[in-house]
Design a protein around this ligand. Structure first.
Ligand code: NAD
Ligand code: UD1
Length: 343
């Protein structure tokens, strides 16, 4: 079976993708510095997947760490065939406060991963990009050929990362890259054993709502109710993290079979408002989510949702889980692990 190296493997999307790859018959090696995830994820992966995870703890910017991953891949599985690069810092607000840290970690990390791949003769890469590269969209739903522009250092690391990789491909035809632009990943594995475990106050909507539901926070602050949307609150394209994970399996198959690069949105194509999401979560958790209307959050857009057709036409992938499933699965994880991986 082909072996795939996942960077940022114990993170939220990495851990779910690990399982999706195993389910699809791939061998997996994971590397993570644990800067934003817990080592306990590995026990949970073993419980769910029934296999002991092969894991290297370290920073992808450290060449020795990356070399160890490729050597392990060779020794255990006869060689790594492709890399999925998740490892990055991802908090927009923090990136405005510490732009250099974001450039260093996200761009330096990508560079080091590509250098290690070249050293070991591996040229198929899946890159975690983001809908943030579209900035304030001119047209909805968003297609992949929409203009790219960013409004914060985090977004800039994704756009510059994409541009660096496109240039790399132009200079050396051996490289094939899947640029996956994620919309808003939410939910959790149906086992309830892994999920999103943000440190501190959650920045993103569903983890915040989950903490209101469990009683850690009193109410949801709804950032703005005067947007140009049906109920005035922001509209986003929430996608179940397991659908997203399966998108990576499809992208890896595409790279292996077609031998060419691709750029795709990973979203459902369906937008939901803040109020709609809070209501759906309340239903899943069988409790009310109190709402308090608050000022807009700087930098937010009215609405953002994908045109997901290109992903279906190229890779044959589309999301299958709806908002209700996203809320039910998030709540199962949240209610059985009120303190995340910390017990
Ligand atoms: P996450 O923080 O849960 O996972 C990222 C993982 O990378 C963490 O486990 C962290 O410890 C690790 N990491 C960071 N820097 C590292 C380094 N230098 N070396 C080794 N490990 C390192 O985040 P996530 O939500 O799973 O996101 C995964 C990827 O998807 C990121 O690249 C992120 O920018 C991108 N993305 C996420 C979202 C989202 O809403 N979650 C949306 C769009 C794009
Ligand atoms: C955020 C990031 C974006 C990233 C995306 C997916 C910002 C400015 N943007 O976008 O770069 O790609 O996550 O990870 O952080 N909301 C509330 N109350 C809350 C939290 C959120 O009302 O406590 C609202 C927001 O105003 C927005 C919606 O919920 O309308 C979704 O917010 P969020 O989950 O942070 O995602 P994005 O805004 O899409």
């Amino acid at each position: 079976m082909p072996c795939i190296l996942l960077t940022g493997a114990t993170g939220y999307i990495g851990s779910h993708t690990w399982l999706a790859l195993q389910d699809a018959g791939f061998d997996v090696i994971g590397v993570d510095s644990l800067v934003n995830s817990s080592i306990r994820v590995l026990d949970r992966l073993e419980t769910i997947g029934g296999r002991q995870p092969v894991f290297v703890q370290g920073d992808v910017r450290d060449q020795a760490v990356m070399d160890r991953c490729f050597e392990l891949g060779q020794a255990r599985f006869g060689g790594i065939k492709a890399v999925v690069h998740f490892a990055a810092l991802k908090a927009v607000g923090e990136s405005v406060e510490r732009p250099l840290d974001y450039f260093e970690n996200n761009l330096g990390g990508l560079l080091a991963v590509c250098q290690a791949m070249k050293r070991h003769g591996v040229f198929n890469l899946v890159f975690s990009s983001s809908a943030t590269v579209y900035g304030k969209p001119e047209r909805l739903p968003i297609t992949e050929d929409a203009p790219l522009r960013v409004t914060n250092p985090y977004g800039q690391t994704k756009l510059l990362g994409e541009e660096m990789l496109r240039e790399l491909e132009r200079c050396d035809a051996r490289w094939h890259v899947a640029y996956l632009r994620y919309f808003n990943p939410v939910g959790a594995h149906h086992s309830g054993l892994i999920g999103e475990d943000p440190r501190g106050v959650p920045n993103n909507l569903m983890p915040y709502v989950a903490q209101v539901a469990i009683g850690k926070r009193q109410h949801l602050n709804v950032f703005g109710n005067d947007y140009n949307t049906p109920d005035g609150t922001g509209v986003r394209d929430y996608i179940h993290v397991c659908d997203l994970a399966e998108g990576h399996v499809a992208a890896l198959r595409y790279l292996a079979d077609k031998g060419q690069s691709l750029t795709v949105n990973l979203g459902t194509g369906q937008g939901y408002s803040v109020v709609e999401l809070a209501q759906a979560y309340g239903k899943a958790a069988d409790r009310e989510i109190p709402l308090v209307f608050a000022p807009r959050r700087p930098g937010d857009v009215d609405a953002c949702y994908a045109d997901p057709r290109h992903a279906f036409e190229t890779m044959g992938w589309k999301a299958s889980r709806g908002l209700e499933q996203m809320c039910i699965d998030s709540w199962r994880w949240q209610s059985t692990n009120p303190n995340g991986f910390e017990g």
